[in-house]
Design a protein around this ligand. Structure first.
Ligand SMILES: *Cc1c(COP(=O)(O)O)cnc(C)c1O
Length: 356
């Protein structure tokens, strides 16, 4: 028998969430962001569930090659462009589109002799992470537009730092800075998930949602269902022991929790070795046989303990949902002082993925 911990990836949810993104975006096309192994969901599952996306976005040429290996033939955008000349050669061969964010990348591209290349110029309108400053952007765009190997018009893209915060002036300031280039043709892309859902003015020609496609809300205090999204991953295990605990007995490493009265605890086969967050406090909820039970004591590498007071019928083998449609990942992430991206990306290799 394998350990019971497993992640179920729901293809129907991926497809549904892509539809929600499209509904928000009107006529804009969609880059489905599937970097980091589709945010931990697995590239093959994402390739199936999101196969109707117009294009895919990843973080590196290696990830782009994995998209091709998964059988997808749509355009692929490398969100950070080329790290080295080899990446440009792969992009030319595979038809990957390159984001260009720095003078170093421009110099690499000038020196490249090979096949055709498609470019997206990244403008830093306020995120201050990657991109040309607005005063450098026109010259950089013109240089790419003159590149002898260019195919298609050079696109314009920027990234919003605070699209998840309703009403922050930062978003309008970034959009205004980007509008300064409206006189120069080329497709535009601005919106991540938060902007797709909440900032219609950012939709432009291509939206590029990631998180929302996996059914997760990008907004603090909300869950995917609040946006009409369906969780693409259920992270589940079983109870491998159900045992009595007497009043005053501590449970687990460091005796972080002590039974306040005689009761029952369940031991579930999941721990930080599977990607369950170690910093979850006492009292965080998991669903045992469909009903909430509080985590008690420290998370171990392979196990957690759950307080089964109020669960008299529960036996060894009972299913435990750690996150999924009934146990929102956003709530567990908040309890752990994390964001949902970290949880899905952090599911480790030993966890079996079932794609349904
Ligand atoms: C990861 C990424 C996205 C997707 O962001 P979400 O918040 O997951 O929707 C969009 N654009 C860029 C440049 C990214 O790196």
């Amino acid at each position: 028998m394998p350990r019971p911990i497993h992640a179920t990836i729901h293809l129907g949810a991926l497809k549904h969430n892509l539809g929600i993104a499209r509904r928000h975006a009107g006529n804009a096309k969609v880059w489905a962001v599937i970097k980091a192994n589709a945010y931990g969901h697995g590239l093959d599952a994402a390739a199936r569930g999101l196969r109707h996306a117009d294009s895919f976005a990843v973080a590196s040429a290696e990830e782009g090659l994995a998209v091709r290996a998964a059988g997808l033939t749509q355009p692929v955008v490398l969100l950070e462009g080329a790290f080295a000349p080899d990446d440009i050669a792969i992009a030319a061969r595979e038809g990957f589109e390159l984001v260009v964010h720095s003078a170093q990348q421009l110099a690499m591209l000038e020196a490249f002799a090979g096949g055709p290349l498609a470019f997206w110029l990244k403008v830093d309108t306020g995120m201050h992470r990657l991109g040309f400053r607005p005063e450098e952007a026109r010259a950089a765009h013109a240089l790419l537009q003159r590149h002898p190997l260019r195919r298609g018009s050079v696109g314009w893209m920027t990234h919003l730092a605070r699209a998840d915060e309703a009403g922050t002036p930062g978003v309008a300031e970034q959009l205004a800075a980007f509008t300064a280039f409206a006189d120069i043709p080329g497709p535009r892309s601005i919106a991540n998930s938060a902007a797709t859902l909440a900032v219609p003015a950012s939709h432009a020609d291509w939206i590029r949602p990631g998180l929302a496609l996996y059914g997760i809300s990008p907004f603090a205090g909300r869950i995917g269902a609040d946006e009409g999204l369906r969780p693409a991953m259920t992270f589940e295990t079983n109870l491998i022991a159900v045992r009595a605990v007497r009043m005053g007995e501590p449970v687990g490493y460091g005796a972080r929790w002590t039974a306040p009265e005689d009761g029952t605890i369940g031991i579930a086969a999941v721990g930080y070795g599977d990607g369950f967050p170690r910093h979850v406090p006492n009292g965080s909820l998991a669903l045992v046989a469909g009903r909430p039970a509080a985590l008690v004591g420290r998370v171990s590498m392979d196990m957690i303990a759950l307080d089964l007071r109020g669960h008299p019928q529960v036996e060894v083998g009972a299913p435990v949902e750690l996150w999924g449609a009934a146990a929102p990942i956003e709530q567990l992430a908040r309890a752990a002082g994390m964001i949902p991206y970290e949880l899905t990306c952090g599911v480790t290799q030993r966890v079996r993925h079932d794609v349904v």
